[in-house]
Write a protein that binds this ligand. Structure first.
Ligand SMILES: *[C@@H]1O[C@H](CO)[C@@H](O)[C@H](O)[C@H]1NC(C)=O
Ligand SMILES: *[C@@H]1O[C@H](CO)[C@@H](O)[C@H](O)[C@H]1NC(C)=O
Ligand SMILES: *[C@@H]1O[C@H](CO)[C@@H](O)[C@H](O)[C@H]1NC(C)=O
Length: 400
């Protein structure tokens, strides 16, 4: 039933162009339907702040489940990852969980059942009844297969993962979700955006291991995603009268993260992002291929629609768990999630695994400039690196 309505809304959306004259109230209802983030709300609860006016999200990156599945330590490692998630979830009691990429190891799982590992990734979150969504990583698993598996098995219950735009079978995981102050609030208090940064391992498509050439891009698709962000944020402004403040989740960091890594920030710096490894270089020269996406985020933050990007958080570099901002990032905070899995490589300071917590507070969002609290939360029930991300964070770098 819903897919038919969805295509109608999509047709309406595609017929709409940013150059259309601004039309207010009477058309707002039909335009409302073109806000793709509202589609998942049919049949599923709205995401809402709690009674204290808070919405806490835990972002788990780099689980790499399924590594070494046919040797003794492999399954034990996956058990360990589930314990990490269980401890962090019990300590933090979040209202939402994001699996921010590299959920399943891509290097050495069997192709025929790789998506089965998603059950293990989600299990501690599902056992606690917490809604969640995913971005997919450079883990060499076909993103379309991951999405279809996740939607088939969890889409009617706890998973809010969707695909609005982007190339298949990689790069399709671009979407947003609204979070409301209360179940009856007409306009969301915050938005969570999710982007698909694809894979950086090329191959011939005959896995396990090698992946199709279609995956051989490791930045958010520069043709479909920027117009999508612009179109949706302009619709938010027209329908709701504002673009709500936003958290952004994307597995592979943007190149700006490398420049920000030199700033004095709390958190691990074991594994500073390297554009050569991130894949933004060609023969030693930065290509700028991630800039259309980044520029679309800047426009979301500073543009005519009045939005505000509270933070852009990534995984991928397991030994990075800091947040930074400066004029390099146009003041947008860029964060790393650290390492929540026992799968994948380990660095000196990331031995105790963690998730990154974001706590949205209605009071903080309603200020002149919205801010968000964030910290790292560990498997041993400790937390650290608390900061409030906003103009007062690293103020010395507001001008350089
Ligand atoms: C599982 O976690 C324990 C405790 O952190 C650790 O001693 C053990 O080596 C881990 N096992 C694997 C296979 O990662
Ligand atoms: C996938 O299949 C392999 C054998 O082909 C098996 O060893 C492994 O346990 C399976 N994994 C899952 C998650 O079912
Ligand atoms: C990059 O370098 C390789 C090997 O040095 C060369 O074959 C290729 O043509 C270069 N590509 C570009 C776009 O310059």
């Amino acid at each position: 039933m819903f897919s038919g309505a969805g295509s109608l809304y999509l047709a309406l959306l595609l017929a709409w162009t940013p150059s259309s004259p601004v039309i207010s109230a009477p058309l707002a209802r039909s335009l409302d339907a073109t806000l793709l983030g509202l589609l998942q709300l049919t049949g599923k609860p709205k995401l809402t702040f709690d009674e204290q006016g808070k919405f806490k999200v835990v972002s788990f990156s780099d689980m790499h489940m399924g590594e070494g599945e046919n040797v003794v330590w492999g399954p034990q490692q996956d058990v360990n990852t589930s314990i990490v998630h269980a401890h962090v979830l019990d300590n933090e009691r979040p209202r939402f969980v994001v699996f921010n990429g590299d959920l399943v190891t891509g290097e050495n799982t069997f192709k025929h059942n790789a998506t089965k590992y998603l059950d293990k990734v989600f299990a501690p979150t599902v056992a606690r009844g917490i809604p969640f969504s995913s971005t997919y990583g450079n883990d060499n698993i076909n993103h379309q297969e991951e999405l279809e598996y996740e939607q088939e098995h969890y889409g009617k219950t706890l998973s809010y993962t969707r695909s609005d735009v982007g190339p298949k079978p990689y790069g399709l995981g671009n979407y947003w979700l609204p979070v409301y102050a209360t179940p009856t609030a007409p306009i969301p208090a915050a938005i969570m955006w999710f982007f698909d940064s694809r894979s950086f391992t090329s191959g011939d498509g005959n896995g396990p291991g090698p992946v199709p050439a279609a995956a051989d891009y490791y930045w958010v698709d520069e043709t479909t995603v920027p117009p999508y962000i612009e179109q949706q944020s302009e619709l938010m402004q027209r329908v709701w009268g504002k673009t709500p403040p936003a958290l952004v989740f994307v597995h592979i960091p943007v190149q700006k993260a490398q420049i920000l890594a030199t700033l004095p920030t709390k958190g691990d710096h074991d594994d500073e992002p390297d554009p050569a490894a991130q894949g933004f270089t060609l023969n030693g020269t930065y290509t700028g291929l991630d800039l259309p996406f980044w520029n679309a985020l800047i426009k979301l933050n500073n543009g005519p629609y009045g939005g505000n990007v509270l933070a852009v958080t990534s995984g991928h570099d397991h030994g990075e768990s800091w947040c930074a901002r400066s004029t390099v990032s146009v003041g947008i905070p860029v964060c790393f999630d650290g390492h929540s899995g026992y799968g994948g490589y380990v660095t000196e300071h990331s031995v105790v695994r963690n998730g990154r917590v974001f706590e949205l507070d209605l009071v903080d969002l309603e200020g002149q400039v919205p801010v968000v609290k964030t910290w790292n939360s560990y498997e041993d029930y400790t937390t650290d690196d608390d900061v409030v991300l906003g103009p007062d964070y690293l103020p010395g770098y507001n001008n350089n």
